[in-house]
Unconditional design. Structure first.
Lengths: 387, 166
């Protein structure tokens, strides 16, 4: 086959199809995993009827949603009502065009010969910028969906979502800036390679940035404890109150696809993407037996688990608390963190090492101090566990 | 809460620890049709009537607060020439029953001839007027068809019974 055609058309097309299918399917399966994990955290069974131990429950759910009646409310803006779920879904899937799942790999495919290509759609040199640009389109879908539904609950949900996402975009952006400063690259592949060259994951010097990114990420994906746009007890279902059938399913799946996005980006920026732990330590090289793709998937799965764990643990924030947290806490911390990381990055790699050491020693010391300081309150808190 | 506490999000981690501990706990629920959980000894479920023991005194019907036990009887001569009460009807309208257990308390026989502590809770039905209106055949024989063993009727010690009498 023509090499130019192969590398410019066929391989990207195959990658795109695989990425979309995998992410959409995983988003579906994640709904089942979430229900099972939540059930486990709440000491009950969870769905266990369809298929072996309920593994086909998500298929049943999707089939049910596809064949459900699609109700459009009277006086709704039909066009925008139709468009809104797509506006949420498309960015969630598009970002997987340049999230790296693994390094450049050689494939020996019979009939085509040796193909050398990366386990990512493409390596965009301003990947992080593009990522932020694309993911923030999703908020339009939520606001427009809420507005076009001709429902007050949906409108309130959409407005909340707009306020929340714009507020949390700022600390998230600053957290990304910290990662960029450490890696001196905007390309997601470049960031992973910088972590390999530096020999340390950016979670060590960037623990504050990671925390900011993850908290903002939970807020960006409208997940508990920040699921204000769809707060059941206040707004019925928020922006998708008036959606049913497959359009609702698209909203639902895109929430999970966004979770995967946030987890994948957090992995790429702070947990070394496809790298094994401590990529430069020689005696750990036996870990290389696990392929890079598996490392990446493992890390992303861990983040998704934490998402679900959060949902099983925390109650919902009040809206003013949410805004106060965003503007009064996260944004000042994120700016201070950017200054801190910038100073360290100015010094270069030794600076990053010193910063990691200082931060982690401070963290561990702080934990020990707090544990020692108030043992009584600790036991009171932990006494609620029972059994 | 100290400042250090707030910076290190100690309470958040405490919360996560508590739910995380639940992950390892044995599940409180069971996958129902495959696994069943035995109710406690005092659980009040389906009724069981022992026609042999019943003396047709109708105390259970009298005691029932919503009058859902219907008993008709007539006298017959038994082979020894003595008069004996024979049940015409012993119906129980289970769909209205609130499982208070007063009928069981009222029953004077020992052991009880009507009791609820059969530990069977599978009372679901598609047609409540027929399935949940128990005549004497259903009351005495529902357990035979399902092939389950039910615990014996609760009885009080005879001595305690005699002390109560004036």
């Amino acid at each position: 086959m023509n090499q130019a055609l192969l590398y410019n058309v066929v391989i990207p097309a195959v990658k795109a199809v695989v990425a979309v299918l995998v992410v959409a399917t995983v988003a579906g399966i994640l709904t089942l995993i979430e229900r099972r994990v939540l059930a486990r955290l709440q000491v009950r069974q969870g769905p266990n009827r369809v298929g072996w131990n309920g593994v086909l429950q998500w298929v049943a759910d999707v089939v049910k949603l596809i064949f459900k009646e699609d109700v459009v409310p009277a006086d709704a803006e039909r066009g925008i009502h139709f468009l809104a779920p797509l506006l949420v879904m498309m960015p969630a899937l598009t970002v997987f065009a340049f999230i790296p799942w693994g390094p450049e790999t050689t494939w020996n495919i019979p009939g085509l010969g040796v193909i050398r290509t990366g386990l990512y759609g493409t390596d965009v040199n301003v990947g992080l910028l593009l990522l932020v640009a694309i993911t923030s389109i999703g908020v339009y879908g939520i606001i427009l969906g809420g507005w076009a539904s001709n429902s007050k609950y949906a409108l309130m949900g959409g407005l909340r979502s707009g306020a929340q996402l714009i507020s949390y975009e700022v600390p998230m952006g600053f957290a990304l800036v910290a990662a960029i400063l450490m890696s001196r690259s905007l390309s997601l592949v470049g960031i992973v390679e910088a972590q390999r060259d530096a020999g340390l994951w950016f979670i060590f010097p960037g623990v504050i940035a990671f925390f900011l990114y993850f908290v903002s990420g939970v807020a960006e994906t409208n997940r508990i404890p920040f699921d204000l746009p769809e707060a059941e007890s206040e707004l019925v279902a928020g922006f998708h109150t008036e959606y049913s059938g497959f359009r609702w399913a698209v909203f639902f799946l895109s929430e999970y696809a966004n979770m995967i996005t946030i987890s994948a980006v957090a992995t790429t920026l702070f947990f070394g993407g496809w790298l094994r732990p401590f990529p430069n330590v020689g005696w750990l090289s036996f870990l290389d037996i696990i392929p890079p793709l598996v490392w990446f998937v493992l890390k992303v799965s861990a983040f998704l688990f934490v998402y679900i764990w959060f949902r099983g643990t925390f109650p919902r924030y009040r809206f003013d608390q949410l805004m106060a947290l965003g503007w009064k806490v996260l944004i000042p911390i994120s700016i201070a963190n950017v200054v801190l990381v910038a100073l360290a990055a100015l010094w270069g790699l030794p600076g990053l090492r010193v910063l990691s050491a200082v931060l982690w020693v401070a963290l561990v010391a702080g934990f020990l101090v707090v544990r020692k300081a108030e043992p009584q309150r600790r036991t009171v808190l932990a006494a609620g566990v029972g059994r | 809460m100290s400042l250090l506490d707030r910076i290190l999000l100690f309470d958040i981690f405490t919360g996560l620890k508590i739910t995380g501990r639940h992950w390892w706990r044995k599940k409180d629920t069971v996958p129902y049709p495959e696994a069943r959980r035995e109710p406690s000894d005092r659980f009040r479920g389906m009724f069981k009537l022992d026609e042999e023991r019943c003396i047709k005194c109708t105390l259970c019907a009298i005691e029932c607060p919503i009058n859902i036990i219907f008993i008709d009887w007539h006298n017959e001569k038994n082979p020894e020439g003595k008069a004996e009460k024979v049940l015409d009807r012993f119906d129980l309208d289970l769909k209205r029953c609130m499982f208070c257990g007063l009928c069981e308390d009222a029953c004077p026989t020992n052991p009880k001839s009507i009791w609820l502590k059969t530990k069977s809770y599978e009372l679901g039905a598609y047609e409540r007027n027929e399935a949940l209106y128990l005549d004497i055949v259903k009351l005495t024989q529902w357990d035979v068809q399902q092939g389950i063993t039910i615990p014996p009727a609760p009885g009080e010690p005879v001595a305690a019974k005699e002390e109560k009498k004036p």
